[in-house]
Design a protein around this ligand. Structure first.
Ligand code: T5A
Ligand code: NA
Length: 257
């Protein structure tokens, strides 16, 4: 075990807010100092669970709320079920998963990485993570699901030392390259998700607080950065927050409550 554990930095934000870009830049900055750092992204689409999630996300560009309506209509109409049984089976294979089931899969995808994450942190390796618990809660609550229900499966996970919320203007993120190719990628749904992230932000330790507060409150520090700035100036702010994080010993983590 290393004398100091690695730091756990998490990027959160709407789709196309620049998380992957900033994850890569922070990772490079840490490595340039000769420190070990690893990147993790959630969902991790390479695991068995991640493959199911990937199919779900690619399956439809419609937000789940509108899909729910279709499902109820199908369930209530026997004739429609007879006529369309083939279609229904096919749709099931493609992308129909109950909102609660997909929520639990996203959470399970985080749990399946916990042993690895602890091992890396305890051996002094920094973790730079692209989406985690907060995306899990924000995207599901944006469908109208209950906050406590959504939070419950993630309770007990290692929480990050620092959450960097990339606060992008929706007009801008939805105009960025590639937007609209996956489920959840509609302007309307993204604005519902943003409201949920803003609720989570209010519950976290505010940016202006003295950093020692994070130890007292046992909560990760949350900073919100204007993600419409240049890639370079966002990266500079992130690195200065990273530099101000306190050292901790192996095994000494925040645990998500
Ligand atoms: N989800 C996820 C849940 O519902 N529950 C969960 O528990 C979890 C973990 C996963 C989806 O699943 C949902 C949320 C998501 O809808 P994903 O694989 O994380 O999706 O995909 P995205 O979030 O869409 O990730 P992207 O890679 O598409 O977006 P990023 O990483 O935020 O953005 P990035 O860095 O790739 O940048 C996008 C574009 O913008 C440019 C980049 O060059 C790139 O072209 N860009 C900027 N342009 C101008 N100014 C800046 N500052 C810029 N920064 C980046
Ligand atoms: Na996306």
């Amino acid at each position: 075990m290393a004398a100091k554990r690695g730091k756990f930095i998490l990027f959160e934000g709407l789709d196309r807010s620049g998380k992957s870009t900033q994850t890569r830049l922070l990772l490079n900055a840490i490595r340039q100092r000769g420190k070990q750092a690893e990147q993790l992204s959630f969902p991790d689409r390479k695991t068995l669970i991640g493959k199911l999630i990937g199919d779900y996300l690619r399956g439809s560009s419609k937000p789940a709320s509108s899909e729910g309506k279709d499902k109820i209509q199908i369930e209530n109409s026997e004739t429609l079920v007879d006529e369309k049984s083939k279609d229904i089976k096919q749709t099931e294979n493609e992308s129909v998963l109950d909102d609660k089931a997909i929520h639990l899969l996203f959470s399970a995808n985080r749990w399946e990485k916990q042993t690895l994450m602890r091992k890396l942190l305890d051996s002094g390796v920094d973790l730079v993570v692209d989406r985690y618990i907060y995306s899990g809660i924000a995207f599901s609550c944006a469908k109208g699901m209950d906050f406590d229900w959504c939070k419950a499966p993630d309770v007990g996970l290692i929480a990050p030392d620092l959450v960097v919320f990339l606060n992008v203007n929706i007009e801008e993120s939805t105009a960025r390259e590639g937007f609209g190719s996956e489920r959840y990628e509609t302007r309307q749904f993204q604005s519902l998700v943003l409201k949920q992230f803003q609720k989570l932000e209010k519950m976290a330790v505010p940016q202006s607080s003295n950093h020692s507060l994070d130890v007292v409150s046992q909560q990760p520090l949350w900073i919100t950065i204007n993600a419409s700035q240049s890639i370079d100036s966002i990266s500079k702010s992130v690195i200065s927050y990273y530099n101000s994080l306190q050292d901790k010993s192996p095994g000494d983590y925040f645990i998500f409550k």
